[in-house]
Design a protein around this ligand. Structure first.
Ligand code: AHM
Ligand code: MG
Length: 339
């Protein structure tokens, strides 16, 4: 929903602060942390927008912990988030898709949060001028955690205090949720003002959509259930709105963003090449699962609700199916052999 005139000019910062005013226990720390993430997004968007001009396209000499080539923008975005989150003393440590281990900032008890992020999602699309993004999640440190460590990150997604993403598309947007009861809200970056302005208040995903999003080149590697689900979506049935249209960007942020606004389903299931799935539970699946549930949709790995999965490794992978409630249910029925 595009916001009405009353909200015109509502910045991300004001929106977050006003949201916090309703919670008597709020100290401003969480607000300040989210604002730092918003600030990092502005710095990254400025780099992304100048990418073709500022000599940051292309790959570095390095390969990351996932065994993938590190692009220059990946590295810049990662450094920007590290540098920004280190300040203000609210964040005790971060975990990044680009770093093998957590980056420890401080054990000070006033640093009550840890942040997880994929600094630049959709790396393979950087050099071809297709939408890319940043994904983040915020977890509270345990009250009794004297020393921050990996354990503070290995929490199921349902414990996230906030999650969001930034999409560097035809415009830059930041989409954020601080929980189901607070809703999901989108802010569009106005470069002339230098602020994220509220543009999509209280996003709700349709109950059912008309598109599916999957890398169909992996067809031969899918389980029978996934193959049958795929064939079902393509079979003609006017009354049921089939066949579904197919949309696949190859940047999770872009495919999930479209699915969130329009409905339908995004799927990157486990397959014979990636038996545990390709996408990362902590940096990719959990933040999106949190956002989709808060917007009235759902997220599964085919067998389990994503937000219930208790991680055992920082860089754990998972199958991921996100979308409209009825579309995700349909996937589960096929994946579980019920159809
Ligand atoms: P990245 O985080 O290294 O960019 O990789 C994750 C990306 C997702 O954005 C996208 O959904 C998926 O990988 C695309 O994979 P594929 O190229 O196998 O379709
Ligand atoms: Mg990614």
């Amino acid at each position: 929903m595009i916001s009405d005139g009353v909200r015109t000019g509502m910045t991300l910062e004001t929106f977050i602060m006003e949201g916090m005013l309703g919670s008597p226990a709020a100290t401003g720390v969480f607000t300040s942390l989210l604002n730092q993430i918003g600030y990092a997004a502005k710095l990254v968007t400025s780099k992304v927008r100048r990418a073709g001009l500022a000599n940051v396209l292309g790959a570095t000499e390095q390969v990351n912990v996932q065994g993938e080539r590190v692009m220059k923008l990946d590295e810049e975005a990662n450094d920007t988030l590290l540098g920004t989150l280190r300040r203000r003393g609210h964040c005790a440590a971060v975990a990044s898709e680009e770093l093998e281990h957590i980056e420890h900032f401080t054990d000070d008890a006033r640093a009550r949060y840890v942040v997880l992020f994929d600094p630049l999602d959709g790396s393979s699309n950087i050099d071809v001028n297709i939408s890319i993004g940043t994904i983040f999640g915020v977890l509270r440190r345990d009250e009794d955690s004297l020393q921050v460590g990996e354990k503070d990150f290995l929490k199921p997604g349902k414990e996230l205090a906030a999650a969001g993403y930034v999409i560097y598309g035809s415009s830059t947007m930041l989409v954020l949720s601080t929980g189901r009861e607070k809703g999901v809200h989108g802010f569009t970056y106005d470069p002339t003002v230098g602020e994220f302005l509220l543009s999509h208040e209280n996003i709700r995903i349709p109950e059912k959509g008309s598109t599916y999003s999957i890398n169909e080149g992996n067809f031969g590697r899918w389980t029978d259930g996934v193959k049958r689900w795929n064939a079902h979506l393509k079979a003609e049935d006017k009354a049921d709105g089939r066949p579904y249209g197919m949309r696949y960007v190859g940047t999770l942020v872009a495919d999930a963003h479209r699915t969130l606004l329009r409905g339908g389903v995004f799927a990157y299931p486990a397959d014979t090449k990636s038996p545990e799935g390709k996408l990362r539970l902590l940096y990719e699946a959990n933040p999106f699962a949190f956002l989709f549930e808060a917007a009235g949709g759902s997220a599964t790995d085919g067998q389990r609700r994503i937000l219930d999965v208790v991680p055992t490794k920082l860089h754990q992978r998972t199958g991921l199916v996100l979308g409209s409630k009825r579309d995700v249910e349909l996937f589960e029925e096929f994946a579980q052999g019920k159809r």
